[in-house]
Structure formats: structure tokens, C-alpha cells
Design a binder for this molecule. Structure first.
Ligand code: CA
Length: 465
């Protein structure tokens, strides 16, 4: 009898844990981050583009929440991705810069995202999620930085900062490096944006029974400016060739966003999947003919054009549809949002960002951030409420009132010296407490970035006329 009872108890425990497990699996949302690379703020039809049609990205915003004051934590790829994937402001762990050739005095073993940092993939994996990265990594080329060692169960892509859209070479490096994967022999590249979209679809289908996290890391519309003939033909009315190629590349990105979303619908995963769309930094207008209107500046600098990006979260089962959220939010908020939704308990100081859900749903009526701060090579910036201060090496700091001047045209630092001084102090106190960068880019970038502060930018939507 005793044996029977203990067997019965064991069965009950087993049944209960299976039930809890099954319940957790059905309730835990899936997460997908769709990251565009170097996309201009203006270049989506939802943001007023008169040249580029992006119905699938627009539909994400229509079915979810559009964050009109969405920021990334850096103005270039690698540090922005380090912030996004850890939920920690990357300058707090020395990841200030883009990866580059190792500078004298720096060790190549440290030329990547510090191993002290946990990624959101690490954290979700520990909560039972299947994790996948499709596409660009750009957080270290040495083997110890490899995505499969940073929480990703599956990887299809390349570890560098960009890729040719049509081909790779067997012994190629950089933009021609072979596609690698730990779950299949990679297919020959057709057009890489399509190939990534196909891999995302495949990942969703194979993992639909488990909670999953998919990082869909597109390189579009980062240079090289390579588009298919058919897509170029769609945009034949754009006279400037680079701009035409750019439009065609954004179009193809949009088509593949549509492919991912329609797969979620087909697999009946749409309602309980959190889909995020954003760009890793503003458009580099000089390189890919993007446009950041109405924002001034571009990739590489801390004016709005470098860091203020399209930012959408869609989660049909729990978030309102077609809502606009107008307080500043950050890419640093995504990791803590996902972690808490997946059942993780955030400890104080674990993330720089916050779980956005209570703010979106109105359970928390405060604002998510008292201020946002940036540091990138030569410059630093702070946004507090509608005041934004940008500090550069060769001039007075610039102060803008974003409630009246989204294009940062009227520097108020001399008219409002008390505000400039207060923000400068807050920014400086933060800056001097930060560690040194763990790796550096070549010194020529400093000069390039300074010049970008003095360039003129298109602040209105371009048209075909
Ligand atoms: Ca980028």
C-alpha cells in the first residue's frame, strides 16, 4: 500500500510539473526583434515617405504601438546592438565603439562585447526559451564572442558588420565571408534579405511548439547599395541611382517583414508573439542616400538623426492596437521587457532600461525615463523631458527644446545657460564614472564624426519631383 501511495504521489508530482510546464509554455509569449540596419527615420510610409512604400512595417504599427520618441543607445551599429541585446547602456561596460582593427595597446581578445555581460538570449534560454539569431552579429569575431556562446541556440549568418547582398566567397572575409550556421549547411545566397526572411520563417515553423526568441538581424538597407533588378524597376521614378537602390532595399526588407508576420498568422502564433521593429541607428545619408527628416544629423552623431529611430511593438493579446506612445523610450528597454514577460525577476541594477508594458497599458502613469544619456567617441548627449543637450569637442554645448524644435535648428544654450549648465553637469558626472572603452576605432573616425555635426541635412521628405 505504501509503495502504491508513493507511486501515486510521484505520478501526481510528475503530472503537476508537466501541467505547470505546459501552462507556462502556452502562456509565455514568443519574442521577435526585427532589426533594420541604417534605416532613415523618414523612409517608411508610416513616417511620411512619399517615395518608399512599406505596407508591412506600417501594418505592425497599425496592429500595435508606435513609439514616436524611440531611441537607440548609440549612433552606430556595434554599440547599439550591445545595448539592445543586454538591456544595459553599453558604455557602462566599455563597449563605446564600433569594432575595428585592434588598436595599439588593445588586445584582440577583448575586441567584442565583454564576456561579463549577459544577453537577453542567455536570460530567455535560462527561462526555457529556444533562441535564434538570423543575420548580422557584429559583437565580436573571435570565437569566444560567437553568438552560440552568447545565448543563441541557433545561428545563421555572419559575425561581421555587413555583407554583400548577392554573394559570399569560400575563403572570403568581411562582406564576402561565407554564411555560417550551426544547424544546417547554409544555402547559396540568392538575395540576402530574402534568405534571412526565409530562415526566420523556418525558425518559427520548427520552434512553434516552444516559447522562442528570434533576433531577425537584417543588414538592409546598410551599404553596399545592391538591389534586385525587379525592385529597382519598382522605383524607377526615383532619379538618383543611390536613392533608387536604397528604396528598393527598404522595399525588400518590408516584404520580408510581411513574410515573418504572415507566418505567425498561419501558425496561429500571431496573438501571443511580441514583435518589435526598429533600426540600430539613424540613416547615414552620405553612404546610403537615406533620409532622417524631420530630424537633423545622421548615423555617427548624437543629433536626433543619429539615434531617434522607428520603434514599434506589436503584441495583439495584451497591447492596444494602433496606439501612439509619446514619452521617450529606449532600445535598452527591450531586454527587461522580454525578461519580465517571460517570468524573470529583475534585480536592481540588472538593466539600464525598464519593462515598458506597465507604461503602455497605463498601469504606471509615470514616464519610463527621467533622462536618457549617450556617449559615443567624441560626443555625449542627454535628453531630459523635452530638453536635449549635445556636447561636442570644439564648441559650446548645443541645447534644444524638442517640444518646439524637433529638427534641432535653434540652439538655446546661450539663451538658457542655467539649463545648459545643469544638464552639462549631469552628463559630465555620469561620463566620468564610466569605465574606459575596452576597444577603439581608428582615430580618423573622430574627425569624420565632428564634420558630420557641421553638415547640412535634408529636413523635409524627398519627392520624385
Ligand atoms: Ca547600423
Amino acid at each position: 500500500m505504501r509503495r502504491f501511495l508513493s507511486l501515486w504521489a510521484a505520478l501526481c508530482i510528475c503530472w503537476a510539473s508537466t501541467f505547470v510546464n505546459a501552462q507556462r509554455k502556452t502562456e509565455s509569449p514568443n519574442f521577435i526583434i526585427i532589426l533594420a540596419d541604417d534605416l532613415g527615420f523618414a523612409d517608411l510610409s508610416m513616417n511620411g515617405s512619399q517615395q518608399i512604400r512599406t505596407p508591412n512595417i506600417d501594418a505592425l504599427a497599425e496592429a500595435g504601438v508606435n513609439f514616436t520618441e524611440g531611441y537607440v543607445s548609440s549612433a552606430v551599429c556595434s554599440p547599439s546592438r550591445a545595448g539592445l541585446i543586454t538591456g544595459r547602456n553599453q558604455v557602462e561596460f566599455g563597449h563605446d565603439n564600433n569594432l575595428s582593427n585592434v588598436q595599439k595597446g588593445f588586445d584582440k581578445d577583448y575586441n567584442g562585447m565583454p564576456l561579463t555581460e549577459k544577453t537577453i538570449a542567455d536570460r530567455l534560454k535560462s527561462l526555457g526559451y529556444k533562441t535564434g539569431l538570423i543575420g548580422k552579429w557584429h559583437l565580436g569575431n573571435e570565437s569566444h564572442f560567437h553568438p552560440t556562446k552568447r545565448g543563441f541556440d541557433e545561428f545563421w549568418g555572419y559575425t561581421g558588420g555587413g555583407h554583400n547582398y548577392f554573394r559570399s566567397a569560400p575563403n572570403g572575409t568581411g562582406y564576402l565571408s561565407p554564411i555560417e550556421s550551426n544547424y544546417k549547411t547554409p544555402q547559396k545566397i540568392t538575395y540576402i534579405t530574402d534568405d534571412k526572411g526565409d530562415e526566420c520563417v523556418d525558425f518559427i515553423k520548427r520552434n512553434k511548439k516552444e516559447p522562442f526568441f528570434l533576433f531577425a538581424s537584417f543588414n538592409a538597407p546598410h551599404a553596399p547599395m545592391q538591389a534586385t533588378k525587379a525592385d529597382l524597376e519598382l522605383y524607377r521614378d526615383i532619379k538618383d541611382e543611390k536613392r533608387r537602390a536604397y528604396a528598393a532595399m527598404v522595399h525588400r526588407l518590408d516584404v520580408n517583414v510581411g513574410k515573418i508576420v504572415s507566418t505567425l498568422k498561419k501558425e496561429k502564433l500571431d496573438k501571443n508573439t511580441v514583435v518589435v521593429f526598429l533600426s540600430d541607428n539613424g540613416g547615414p545619408v552620405d553612404h546610403n542616400a537615406s533620409c532622417n527628416a524631420p530630424y537633423n544629423g545622421q548615423k555617427g552623431i548624437l543629433l536626433e538623426g543619429g539615434i531617434h529611430v522607428p520603434f514599434i511593438i506589436k503584441w495583439p493579446s495584451s497591447l492596444p492596437k494602433g496606439k501612439t506612445y509619446m514619452h521617450p523610450v529606449s532600445s535598452l528597454d527591450l531586454a527587461p521587457t522580454f525578461y519580465e514577460l517571460a517570468g524573470g525577476k529583475t534585480e536592481s541594477g540588472q538593466f539600464s532600461g525598464v519593462n515598458l508594458i506597465p507604461y503602455i497599458n497605463g498601469e504606471n502613469t509615470e514616464i519610463p525615463h527621467q533622462d536618457l544619456k549617450w556617449r559615443f567617441t567624441i560626443s555625449a548627449a542627454i535628453r531630459e523631458g523635452n530638453w536635449k543637450l549635445v556636447r561636442i569637442p570644439d564648441n559650446y554645448p548645443m541645447l534644444y527644446d524638442l517640444s518646439k524644435d524637433v529638427s534641432e535648428q535653434h540652439d538655446l544654450s546661450l539663451e538658457k545657460p542655467e539649463i545648459a549648465k545643469r544638464l552639462l553637469k549631469k552628463l559630465g558626472e555620469w561620463d566620468v564614472k564610466l569605465p574606459h572603452p575596452v576597444f577603439l576605432e581608428g582615430a580618423e573616425w573622430k574627425h569624420n564624426q565632428l564634420q558630420l555635426y557641421y553638415a547640412d541635412y535634408q529636413l523635409k521628405q524627398p519627392t520624385n519631383k
